[in-house]
Design a protein around this ligand. Structure first.
Ligand code: SR1
Ligand code: MG
Ligand code: MG
Ligand code: MG
Length: 398
């Protein structure tokens, strides 16, 4: 059967009925298109009493159109990554109800009781369980898909299952190339032009970004979410849900940790100029820094516990090795955090935490802070011995 895009509400509801037992024949169904991501189409299908989500991958990037073709295998990747995360980190991802390769579409649980973490951060909500939830998600999904847990043969099969060349190529370009040259895809605030030009001349920075890119290309360490920004995390008072793993591939663990830390720091940069009382905004910046510490500390403790209790391979359990490994992981994470901050500031896909600041001068002030932090994270990443040292450094720059 050849691929057909859902063109009408009836197409979407028919698919939803066929792939989930949630609705009866008597239910009158309605559809709303809710996708605000860059890549796919997302629909919410609902009756008076039930709802679910249908997500369809077209053969191109949604926000660009047919000019940027993209493999539809990404929807299989997303489906399989969601199922694996559900197994490794219980109830933290939406349940998959059904999948159809021909229509390149998934039917899954509606997590309507949760809201985007990005919006919560912009509104300065202090949701209590989010940072710890993210730390646990990282520790569980990354440990159980790494060589620290899987057998050698099983691990290679996982690498093969998640070969994701098109989506990796997007990240290879938008993280590690575009922002470091005057690329036509970039989006640079006119008031930041000279800062960007200075950055494009910085060969030490470019060398360090190349080292991070080489790890991204070559280090098949664990199954990553690989797009873990604050729009991929949904949250409420009782915890988190993580969505959208279509970029999943087996890569360097620090990439996932770094992306989410960066998104807290991007919000911190935004809070310097978002609307509201100064005292309220600076108090929130301190809360963001405390959250970053909690994310790392929770991840670090839980990941070490998993190694202690579940790693079979004796050479990988050596305490001296584990300490070295966790130190490397912190450096990698901070380096990748820096690349996320820079690409979200002068690259193709900006974030509302900063982009919603309407006064261009104020926005440039926040963007400059993001750029400075991003460069420090990349160049000085190996110098931070623990997460507290990062927090101290950020406070000096605020
Ligand atoms: C052109 S696609 C840009 C970004 O959108 C996705 O959400 C990923 O973050 C990707 O890098
Ligand atoms: Mg996404
Ligand atoms: Mg911007
Ligand atoms: Mg601490």
């Amino acid at each position: 059967m050849s691929f057909e895009k859902f063109n009408t509400d009836a197409d979407v509801t028919a698919f939803a009925r066929q792939h989930s037992p949630l609705f009866s024949d008597q239910d009158r169904l309605q559809v709303e298109e809710i996708g605000d991501g860059n890549i796919n189409f997302v629909y919410r299908v609902f009756s008076d009493s039930n709802s679910l989500i249908v997500k369809q991958a077209l053969p191109y990037i949604r926000v660009i159109g047919e000019g940027w073709p993209l493999s539809q295998d990404r929807i299989r990747i997303e489906c399989e990554a969601l199922k694996l995360a559900a197994k490794n980190c219980q109830s933290v991802v939406p349940e998959v109800y059904g999948f159809a390769a021909e229509q390149c579409a998934i039917v899954m649980q509606d997590i309507g009781a949760y809201g985007s973490l990005r919006s919560a951060l912009i509104e300065r909500q202090k949701l209590p369980l989010v940072a710890e939830g993210i730390g646990c998600f990282l520790a569980d999904t990354l440990f159980y898909t790494s060589d620290l847990y899987l057998g050698s043969i099983e691990k290679k099969a996982l690498v093969q299952q998640f070969i994701n060349p098109d989506l990796c190529k997007i990240s290879e370009e938008v993280f590690f190339w575009d922002p470091y040259c005057d690329h036509e895809r970039n989006n640079v605030n006119g008031l930041l032009r000279s800062d960007a030009e200075q950055l494009w001349q910085d060969v030490v920075l470019k060398r360090e970004v190349a080292r991070l890119k080489a790890k991204f290309l070559n280090q098949a360490e664990a199954l990553l979410h690989a797009d873990l920004h604050s729009g991929s995390v949904f949250a409420n008072q009782s915890g988190i849900k993580v969505i959208d793993p279509e970029f999943a591939f087996v890569g360097p663990i620090g990439f996932d940790i770094g992306l989410i830390i960066a998104n807290y720091l991007l919000n911190l940069s935004g809070q310097a100029n978002l609307p509201g009382e100064q005292t309220e905004r600076s108090d929130y910046q301190q809360w963001l820094l405390a959250s970053i510490e909690t994310i790392w500390d929770t991840f670090d403790q839980r990941f070490r516990d998993h190694i202690q209790q579940e790693t079979q391979e004796p050479s990988l359990k050596l305490p001296e090795y584990i300490d070295w490994y966790m130190q490397e992981l912190l450096a990698d994470s901070l380096g990748y955090a820096g690349t996320e901050m820079i690409r979200r500031t002068i690259g193709v896909a900006h974030v509302d935490d900063v982009e919603s600041i309407s006064d261009p001068k104020k926005r440039a002030d926040s963007e400059r802070l993001s750029l400075v932090l991003g460069q420090i994270l990349i160049k000085d990443r190996a110098g931070f011995r623990n997460i507290d040292q990062l927090v101290v450094r950020v406070r000096e720059l605020m």
